[in-house]
Design a protein around this ligand. Structure first.
Ligand code: PBG
Length: 330
């Protein structure tokens, strides 16, 4: 028996010192590639913590402005706003009301940060409907695709008038990107960009988000969001959104869909972003709180893995904190 020898092929050479590892790193995180999702609740006196997302708040209009200012300070790429209205109805009228919580919050944040941060708004009806679906319903209770598109068109224009730089279409209705692009253009908002949540899956990992927006949903979204079993279908969704004028496409959730993300990143002609969703956040926070994993290490590794899979930018609830760590490490 001869002793096995690694010979000349020694990959460990590049792992020996921190400087070697830093120079050999193939993937790097930068604050400018991070987008912070935030919740703003109508009628709150003080920010309200979320039980299932420790460290994340429902903001008041004032505390949201402060959060946006911190995001600029941290060098983040953008902020994504979700509105939580005090009242809901069947067609989600609060979404298109210029005085609706999301639209006033967009205007507040734009007044605070100007063009220093890409101000984005969630373009979906689920926070505004009393049944909690992402669209309007037919008399029999199905989500009515084409009637919903009319609502999205009006919502896009309302968000653009409020000053949004980019609208994030997360509703998964067929044709939404084209209809919203046309509506924005017709209203003179040719500069407002469209982020299409092209490959958005019907995921159990949105659970904590439903608490954050006080969702009224009783049921599921499987008739419009994608089946987690499907990988090839993501390419079709992306192709459709790109053909309809998407400026950016999204894969969501992130960590359980890194194969999909890698596929999309390999072929997309437009930037590809990924959303590390509420359940991904909650899992890591919960395990870290138990002392079962190292919090900072797990957060950094999880976001890095999304970047390594091909995301150009990442929506993560840890964006500001992570940006602080990245600044320390420089
Ligand atoms: C729809 C929307 C959802 C999320 C972002 N946009 C909820 C859903 O599709 O049910 C989830 C984000 C998260 O879980 O962090 N407006």
């Amino acid at each position: 028996m001869t002793t096995p020898s690694p010979g000349r092929l020694r990959p460990r050479r590049l792992r020996r010192t921190p400087a070697l590892r830093r120079l050999a790193a193939q993937t790097r995180l930068h604050p400018a590639d991070l987008v912070l999702p935030v919740f703003v609740r109508e009628g709150l006196d003080a920010p309200r913590p979320l039980g299932s997302m420790p460290g994340v708040l429902q903001h008041t209009r004032d505390s949201l402005r402060q959060e946006a200012a911190r995001a600029v300070e941290a060098g983040l790429g953008g902020i994504m706003l979700f509105g939580v209205p005090a009242h809901r109805d069947a067609t989600g009228t609060g979404a298109t009301d210029p005085d609706g919580i999301l639209n006033v919050a967009v205007a507040d944040v734009v007044a605070e940060v100007g063009d220093d941060l890409v101000v984005q708004a969630d373009l979906c009806l689920d926070e505004f409907t009393d049944h909690g679906h992402c669209g309007v319903l037919t008399p029999s209770g199905a989500v009515d695709n084409d009637a919903t598109l009319e609502r999205y068109a009006a919502m896009a224009v309302a968000q653009a008038e409020a000053g949004a730089h980019l609208v994030g279409l997360s509703g998964m209705m067929d044709g939404q990107t084209g209809v919203v692009r046309d509506a924005l253009d017709a209203a003179g908002h040719t500069d407002v960009a469209v982020l299409a949540y092209a490959a958005k899956y019907a995921s159990a990992f949105y659970g904590p988000f439903r608490e954050a927006v006080e969702s009224q949903l009783d049921g599921d979204r499987r008739s419009y969001q994608m089946d987690p079993a499907n990988r090839r279908e993501a390419a079709r969704e992306v192709a459709i959104d790109v053909a309809e004028g998407a400026d950016v496409v999204m894969v969501k959730p992130a960590m359980s869909y890194l194969d999909v993300l890698a596929d999309v990143a390999a072929t997309s002609p437009v930037p590809v972003w990924a959303y590390q969703v509420s359940g991904e956040y909650a899992m890591i926070e919960a395990a870290a709180a138990q002392g079962w994993i190292t919090r900072r290490g797990a957060i950094t590794e999880s976001v890095l893995s999304i970047r390594r899979a091909g995301a150009d930018a990442i929506l993560t609830y840890w964006a500001t904190e992570l940006a602080g760590w990245l600044a320390e490490e420089r």
